[in-house]
Design a protein. Structure first.
Lengths: 539, 335, 395
């Protein structure tokens, strides 16, 4: 066709006009730190495995998860999920049930029998891990993944440490624990149980290039409590250990537990399950000051356990004990009131915290200790080259998850040390805050409440209290993730660009800015729900 | 509501795409092979709502018609920034005649197609608010009255932006424009009846009338798609914020459109044969102030002295819309 | 087929025979009978595959025509007077786009004061619009010119205005040989648009052109318009072959041989002029007539050639340029540049004032002896006008 000059133009011809030259700022896709990832003591890339799980790719999600933590099924039961406490979704409605999804993935993996392959290349290095608790197991797992030959020694008959001997079955069924530990065995980690290590230095002489110490903190703290000789005073850790060993500790009909931590809750609930008619927790401060996880306190109370808040045990006699009421001073510290009360009690179980039993290290006592724990440097190494330490025995928060995180960190540093390289962690302190999100785009979706065993049925046996999610509600829950700071391919940028200057690269590949046309208006940044695009100066 | 919200995945159907939804449930704009009726290289200002609105609407129309559309464009920003010789940004058959005649030209196109039995090709007329509610109003009304087979889309940015931000019949009360300056005791545009073209269109009892904004793409696409399912005269009124004329940040174009709807100042609804058939509930209701304060055209309401009387007056307009179109439902949340 | 028929009806039948696909209409006297006639032909199925659209204004009429023509339809409309002025913006737009729309202008005066009767003020105001303008002398020619107009318009891709005097022609019943459908079908090929809106091959029509190219675009429009000077006579010749009668062309001379004085005019007044000239020639006055059919483009060479032997010209006009005088005369002077031919302008027939043979005879006789002013308003009530001018001046 013959077109009139100038008045009629060819379609699409403005592509010749590169409007990118108007720009003074340009958008850039970034990966920012989601608060959950930042808060995870095990350093899990939570947002990432949730993202993978969102389309039902559970195995891929699980495999992404275990890059950082080999125990999702355990985590999904015992982790106190600090990730959820900082979840930005909580400001929208409720936090994403990360923990429940983690458990779903962990359980799903066990059900499907997914395994972790042995490393393809053996490094030739041998490492000894002392202590088969969460820190030791985590270190062993990570080191094995890196190709090292790993042997784990522990004095107890079965691996798991506090996960087995401290956490009751109703919170962590042993088949779950065994399944996840077994996977590590199948990777080729050698377990040497019932084996005490008296001298760490011997290990180095045995041909191990490095040693990781993770003996935990198993010694119960003893408070001085005046007591008659016939008073029955027990130690919480020992009670829990005995229960695990299958022996029946004699607690009597009425049991008083002294302490406000998770161990206090665990032992009180265990006492109920062992047949105690009455279990009372005595704690010197208030509920909100108690170190125990609030959910555990709630569950304990639901199960009929009484709690005497603001109370201290003053004297223990046979079958009864005297407690003094406390009150908080203006600084929030409990102060005695002079008011007393008597409780009937067949036994008193002390759950006042644990200390590291350095005697377990025997002749290794030359390693530096300080304030009852063993200091380590930034690479987790003790004062002795080649000997690293982690878990409850080093200065850190004493949770399973923290120990697992310490194990990962130790493994990376041990690996670097073995290979005579420096391990450098990539810091990302660009944490996404709620106000940086464009929450308009997220659907309203309340959190799924995990089903729990009825309280009346709980105290009868050691059945697991908290139920898992099924596939459909796990999927729903995963999809509640806001994907803070990371693109989840919602196509908003692609759609809202007035210049069509966003190139969609295809599923999983994200987007690119066509700088030939981007005028730098910033709408893509403003309308990105997850704050994963930023404006940066240009030219 | 013209769209069924999808309660699925973190963004449901609020965002443009959703990697987990089947392609037919995603917005047309999420398609990597979308038609891009208005292509790159156009000369619209940064953050132009009209460029966005036009692409959204026309891509949807192209999808609905198997890309068989002819577009007639009134004079205005959209025309000027898309077709300065020697480059055109259009990827469809497009004709610009004059400022005030787009509806009539579109009628002519439709008539020619009908006479040539090319019934598969559909016609769209489009223009800004000046072309639509003022200078082309007579032609538009004629097109409506004859029920010509044309979808007319007004991209309303509430003033004559192309000529330098002068007041139009669609300029809201109190807004500053170059011809309603923020001076004197009643700064900005006067309060009056306004010219509510969607309602005027409804008075013609044409098959389909709808309002939409660039803030709700799915709704806009659904309305264009629905409009294309009718024969006869149809009208869609799309609110398209103008960073230049409204004095807003270029990045806030969509946000401002959203606030216009969430405050109730711009009711989103659709009507068939003169009767309102649905309205889009406000999801997170905000005061008009939230909307006004992002735009310097209303700066005189906040400084040097705060004009609560005027703000209240504007709020009353929003409240009236909310009542009239039933914009608050059970799901509406107050922020 | 010869019929005793109203001019408007003859035009309607001729237009219908051209098989337009879109007709848009808005009523204005004295054009209404044409579109009324067409509406019947569309409605009763005589004219098939045609959309007849009753628009809401002349501005819309021309706008609809633009849209239709740009979409490849043969398009027709008709207007007059105020209506033409109301659509002016679109008139210029149509020619700017090179759309071969054919429009009848039933010539009528322009107000204020409002006046429905004939003169040429309306179409003359559009002489710079870029449209071709053809003026019909008779209803036969009006009918024939429409058939030719479509052919000229489509060959050049330019719009054509066929001007016929309101009432004098439109409402007059005369014998007209209305072009027959089969003849028109042979004469006028199917419309092949130069450009069309087509989704399969999309173009953007109506770009903004800036100072760097605008002059070139306008120059090209001018040159294209001038091409009609070749096309119009060719189409007239073809028409004569097809229909066996002479109609159209650029100019038409009458008794020019030996004429020292030539009266020049456009439209139906030529008939009266010829009657007077016949009488004067019989009285051995050397006078002839030159009718201008194509006023745009202006046939400079044809006029110059036709006036090669004239000593003086009298230009009779039905419109004028306020503040200076005649319009047509300016064009004639352009054609006669450097010849030294004397010229006199007579403005006549404004707002329907009858142009009588007596008045013409008196004026021509006076002019032949150079006894007239350069500019004359025929039959002006000088006393009335002067007294009113004086009265208003006193205020």
């Amino acid at each position: 066709m013959e077109y009139p000059f100038a008045i009629t133009l060819s379609a699409n011809s403005s592509l010749a006009n590169h409007t990118g030259s108007w720009r003074v700022e340009k958008p850039e896709y970034v990966h920012r730190m989601p608060p959950c990832n930042n808060a995870c003591p095990a350093g899990e890339n939570i947002q990432n495995w949730l993202y993978i799980a969102e389309d039902g790719s559970y195995e891929a999600a699980w495999r992404a998860l275990i890059i950082d933590n080999p125990f999702p099924a355990i985590m999904g039961r015992v982790c106190y999920h600090p990730c959820e406490s900082v979840c930005n979704r909580a400001e929208l409605d409720e936090a994403v049930g990360i923990n429940s999804i983690e458990r779903f993935l962990g359980d799903h993996a066990i059900e499907k029998g997914w395994t972790i392959p042995a490393p393809r290349v053996e490094s030739g290095f041998k490492v000894l891990v002392i202590g088969a608790g969460p820190a030791g197991l985590s270190t062993a797992y990570h080191l094995r993944s890196m190709g090292h030959s790993v042997r784990v020694r522990d004095a107890t008959p079965a691996p798991g440490g506090m996960m087995r001997y401290g956490i009751p079955k109703y919170r962590l069924p042993r088949e779950v624990l065994d399944a996840e530990i077994n996977r590590i065995k199948e990777m080729g980690v050698v377990f040497e149980m019932n084996t005490r290590v008296d001298d760490v230095h011997d290990a180095l002489d045995e041909g191990y290039s490095a040693v990781f110490l993770a003996i935990g903190a198993q010694l119960s703290k003893r408070a001085y409590i005046p007591a008659s000789e016939s008073a029955r005073i027990l130690d919480a850790i020992k009670v829990l250990h005995e229960v695990e060993d299958g022996s029946q500790p004699l607690l009597g009909r009425k049991v008083v537990v002294y302490g406000g931590g998770n161990t206090a809750m665990d032992v009180a609930r265990t006492a109920k399950r062992l047949g105690a008619e009455e279990a009372i927790i005595v704690y010197r401060r208030t509920r909100d000051k108690a170190p125990a996880n609030d959910q555990e306190i709630t569950e304990a109370i639901e199960e009929g356990i009484l709690v005497k808040w603001l109370s201290t045990v003053k004297h223990v006699d046979e079958k009864k004990l005297h407690i003094e009421k406390m009150e908080l001073d203006e600084n929030g510290f409990p102060q005695p009131t002079g008011e007393f009360e008597t409780l009937e009690a067949d036994s008193l179980i002390l759950a006042l915290g644990q200390e590291v039993d350095f005697s377990l290290l025997g002749n290794s006592a030359d390693l530096d200790t300080k304030d009852g724990v063993m200091p380590v440097d930034a690479t987790m190494m003790t004062s002795h080259p080649g000997i690293f330490a982690g878990g409850d025995m080093i200065p850190a928060e004493r949770t399973v998850t923290t120990s697992i995180g310490a194990g990962k960190k130790a493994a990376r540093n041990i690996d670097a040390w073995l290979r005579k390289k420096a391990y450098e962690k990539i810091e990302n302190n660009d944490i996404v805050t709620f106000d940086q999100l464009n929450t308009w785009y997220y659907t309203d979706a309340p959190h799924i409440v995990r089903e729990r065993l009825e309280a009346s049925r709980r105290a009868k046996d050691f059945s697991e209290v908290v139920k898992g999610l099924n596939e459909s509600n796990a999927l729903y829950e995963a999809r509640r993730c806001l994907s803070c700071g990371n693109c989840f391919e919602c196509d908003n940028c692609f759609g809202v660009c007035p210049e069509n200057a966003i190139i969609k690269l295809g599923p999983g590949k994200g987007f690119e800015i066509n700088l030939d046309y981007c005028k730098g208006c910033g709408i893509c940044v403003a309308e990105c729900p997850s704050s994963s695009i930023i404006m940066v100066p240009d030219k | 509501m013209s769209t069924t919200p999808i309660k699925f995945y973190q963004v449901g159907s609020f965002a443009i795409g959703n990697r987990l939804l089947p392609a037919q449930d995603r917005a047309i704009q999420s398609d990597p092979n979308r038609t891009n009726a208005l292509t790159s290289g156009h000369r619209a200002c940064q953050g132009c709502g009209e460029a966005l609105g036009a692409r959204y609407a026309l891509d949807a129309a192209m999808r609905a018609t198997n890309e068989k559309i002819i577009v007639v464009n009134a004079t205005g920003c959209l025309e000027v920034f898309s077709t300065p010789y020697p480059e055109s940004s259009w990827r469809l058959a497009w004709l610009h005649s004059l400022f005030g005649n787009a509806p009539a030209v579109a009628t002519g196109v439709a008539a020619a197609l009908k006479a040539q039995a090319k019934n598969d090709i559909r016609v769209i007329g489009q223009g800004g608010d000046g072309a639509t509610v003022d200078i082309g109003f007579g032609a538009l009304s004629g097109m409506f009255e004859r029920n010509d087979d044309v979808l007319y889309i007004c991209y309303d940015n509430e003033a004559y932006m192309n000529t330098g931000v002068q007041r139009s019949g669609a300029t809201p009360p109190a807004a500053r424009t170059a011809t309603t300056q923020a001076v004197g005791t009643n700064p900005g545009n006067l309060f009056g009846q306004g010219k509510n073209l969607p309602r005027i269109a409804m008075a013609h009892e044409i098959p389909y009338v709808a309002t939409a904004t660039v803030a709700d793409l799915r709704d806009l696409e659904a309305k264009v798609t629905r409009a294309m399912s009718f024969r006869g005269a149809r009208y869609i009124h799309v609110l398209v914020p103008c960073p230049l004329g409204w004095g807003s940040e270029s990045c806030d174009t969509i946000k401002i459109a959203r606030l216009a709807t969430q405050s109730g100042l711009f009711p989103v609804f659709e009507a068939e044969s003169g009767e309102v058939t649905s309205s889009t509930s406000i999801r997170k209701i905000v005061s008009v102030e939230e909307y006004l304060k992002l735009q310097t055209r209303y700066a005189h309401l906040f400084s040097p002295t705060r004009r609560d009387d005027v703000i209240d007056h504007l709020q009353a307009i929003a409240d009236k819309n909310i009542a009239r179109y039933n914009l608050i439902s059970e799901g509406s949340a107050h922020l | 087929m010869l019929k005793q028929i109203e001019g408007s009806k003859a035009v309607a039948d001729a237009v219908a025979a051209c098989r337009p696909q879109v007709i848009c209409a808005y009523p204005i006297s004295p054009q209404t009978h044409i579109v009324e006639g067409l509406s019947v032909l569309v409605k009763n199925g005589t004219l098939e595959n045609c959309e007849f659209i009753n628009v809401e204004s002349e501005f819309a009429a021309m706008s609809v025509a633009i849209g239709a023509s740009a979409t490849g339809a043969r398009t027709y409309t008709a207007t007059a007077s105020q209506g033409l002025l109301y659509m002016v913006e679109a008139v210029y737009n149509a020619s700017g786009f090179g759309l071969p729309i054919v429009m009848t202008v039933a010539n009528r005066a322009i107000g204020a004061p409002i006046n429905i009767w004939n003169d040429h003020s309306d179409s003359m105001s559009q002489r710079d619009s870029g449209w071709l303008q053809l003026y019909a002398e008779t209803n036969q020619e009006a009918a024939d010119l429409h058939v030719q107009a479509f052919k000229i318009a489509e060959e050049l891709s330019l719009p054509v205005m066929v001007c016929m005097d309101g009432f004098i022609l439109t409402h007059a019943y005369e014998r007209v040989d209305v072009p027959e459908q089969s003849h028109v079908d042979r004469f006028l090929p199917a419309y092949i648009p130069r450009q069309t809106l087509d989704p399969v091959n999309p173009v953007s029509i109506g770009a903004m052109v800036g100072p760097e190219t605008f002059t070139e675009v306008k120059y090209m429009a001018h040159m294209k318009n001038r091409l009609a000077l070749d096309v119009i006579p060719k189409v007239a010749a073809d028409f004569q072959k097809a229909f066996g009668r002479s109609s159209g062309g650029l100019v038409r001379g009458y008794k020019l041989e030996g004429a020292q004085t030539v009266v020049i005019a456009l439209g139906s007044v030529l008939g009266t002029i010829k009657d007077v000239v016949d009488e004067m020639v019989a009285a051995e006055i050397k006078i002839g007539v030159l009718g201008i059919i194509a006023f745009r483009p202006f046939p400079t060479q044809a006029v110059r050639k036709a006036l090669a032997h004239a000593k003086r010209v009298i230009v009779l006009e039905k419109a004028f340029q306020v503040g200076i005088g005649g319009i047509v005369i300016e064009n004639i002077r352009h054609a006669l540049r450097g010849t030294g031919v004397k010229d006199y302008t007579v403005i006549a027939g404004l707002g329907g004032r009858p142009i009588t043979k007596d008045s013409l005879r008196n004026f021509f006789n006076a002019a032949c002896s150079d006894q007239v002013d350069e500019l004359t308003f025929l039959d002006l009530d000088q006393a009335l006008a002067e007294s009113e001018i004086l009265r208003e001046a006193v205020k």
